[in-house]
Design a protein around this ligand. Structure first.
Ligand code: EPZ
Length: 417
């Protein structure tokens, strides 16, 4: 059984380059299905979720191969619109293929993606939007079958600015007849990235990054080469690690742009942070200040994907902090592992109250999902002594090589397989 071993209590100093964005490349890989040709995606991270998406694309007839950190996707021989169930179970975000396969083949069959540790994660917003776009659904023994004689644009209003639903509606609307508008659309940078990719391939999308996105259907998309942006959550994770251990580090390949809410909180905790066009310098020394109140919100609010990581940093702050998790009801599953380090955290529904303690002690912990696992690594780096983290698989879903990157910052960390 593989595990990550950390000898903590050391400051982090050095420079690390930030990988391509998982949550930008996954919808873009789905979008390549709308292009009947060869797409080249640069700066694609070598993470498990991308490897899973590659297997799905190959299973539906695409040819996919790496050239260094670029991925070449040839969809000319796409031959089915049934997404293999075993991959949907492995990676629920494969649901993002629905809109693209409907746009390309006018049908899709996919197993119902289950929830995961962080929440039930239903897809009702996705499905009801499709039904307003001349797409009919039938569900039988866990399968969703969607078909259409032709997708027609419509005005869709989302009850909640769901990232995945916004992406799926855009993908279904790109080759539809007529115009689609999405009101209360998600504004995450990954939506903007997807729309930049699609527009470069010939789509006609306006309003990306705002709460109203409009898509004018076109007849086809042409092959392109595109470079994905860097991963704001990986960058935020490493900023949190330096904040928690103390030290000084330079993150390259990323600017403050998408990280404003995270940088603001780290500055309030006492870190000094300088941001350039494509670098962020962070310095942290001494005991950090607590944060009286952080609420996770849709972008541009504080990202839910950074909640567990900032909680680890607050575990040794000089006072009491409160976090309210508004997005995923299951994200506090990870707290029972964080408490093993000697942290004082109390959960009341969606609220977590963290009383900072002077010292954390290394221990044995188990990752059960991606960002919670990363938060346990941060706690291990902060703690005195040895930490062993089991189930590193979850972390490899989104971090190309977290041990390599943190070692570059001077961490005493290794993956034992
Ligand atoms: C995306 O998930 C990200 N995943 C998540 O990152 C991220 O945490 C989330 O957006 C929020 O920013 C990818 O991009 C692959 P949502 P998604 O639809 O699209 C509810 C990570 O760690 N909802 O915005 O699934 C849902 O239950 C991952 O990289 C419905 O009720 O998020 C949740 O409470 C974790 N019905 C809320 O909306 C629906 O039909 C936000 O979900 C859809 C969503």
């Amino acid at each position: 059984m593989a595990f990550i071993e950390i000898n903590g209590g050391k400051q982090l100093n050095g420079e690390v380059n930030i990988q391509g964005s998982k949550n930008a490349v996954l919808p873009i890989l789905a979008a390549t299905v709308l292009v009947n040709g060869i797409t080249k995606l640069n700066n694609c991270p070598k993470i498990l979720d991308v490897f899973h998406m590659i297997k799905i694309l190959e299973a539906i007839g695409c040819t996919v191969y790496w050239v260094n950190s670029s991925l070449i996707i040839d969809t000319t021989k796409l031959n089915t619109s049934t997404v293999p169930g075993e991959y949907v179970k492995m990676m629920r975000s494969s649901v993002i293929l629905m809109g693209a396969l409907l746009g390309r083949t006018h049908s899709v069959t996919i197993t119902y993606p289950g929830g995961c540790t962080i929440g039930a994660r239903p897809i009702d917003f996705h499905l009801s939007a499709f039904q307003h776009m001349n797409i009919s659904l039938e569900e039988e023994d866990g399968l969703i079958k969607c078909t259409t004689a032709g997708i027609t644009g419509n005005d869709i209003s989302l009850k909640f600015p769901s990232v995945g639903a916004t992406e799926n509606i855009i993908l279904a609307a790109v080759l539809a007849d007529g115009k689609t508008s999405i009101t209360n659309a998600a504004k995450e940078p990954e939506i903007t990235e997807l729309c930049k990719f699609l527009n470069a391939a010939g789509a006609r999308i306006t309003g990306a990054g705002t709460d109203r996105v409009e898509i004018m259907g076109v007849d086809y998309l042409h092959p392109i080469e595109y470079t994905a942006c860097s991963d704001r959550i990986v960058a935020g994770t490493y900023l949190a690690a330096v904040a928690g251990t103390g030290g000084e580090a330079v993150l390259t390949g990323i600017g403050e742009g998408h990280l404003k809410a995270v940088v603001k909180v780290l500055r309030e905790m006492g870190c000094s942070i300088v941001c350039g066009e494509d670098y962020i310098i962070i310095a942290s020394s001494g005991r950090l200040k607590p944060i009286p109140f952080i609420r996770t919100m849709p972008y541009p609010g504080f990202p839910t994907d950074m909640q567990s990581q900032i909680m680890s940093v607050l575990m040794t702050a000089a006072g009491t902090s409160k976090i309210v998790e508004e997005i995923f009801e299951g994200r506090y599953q990870n707290v029972k592992e964080q408490i093993k380090f000697g942290a004082d955290i109390r959960i009341e529904g969606r609220e977590a109250v963290i009383h900072g303690v002077p010292l954390l002690t290394g221990c044995e912990v188990f990752a059960s999902e991606l960002r919670g696992g990363a938060a346990l690594i941060i706690a291990g780096l902060m703690a005195e002594g040895k930490t062993t983290l089991y189930n590193p698989y979850f972390i490899h879903r989104g971090y190309e090589d977290i041990c390599r990157d943190l070692k570059q910052l001077g961490a005493d960390i290794r993956l034992v397989t």
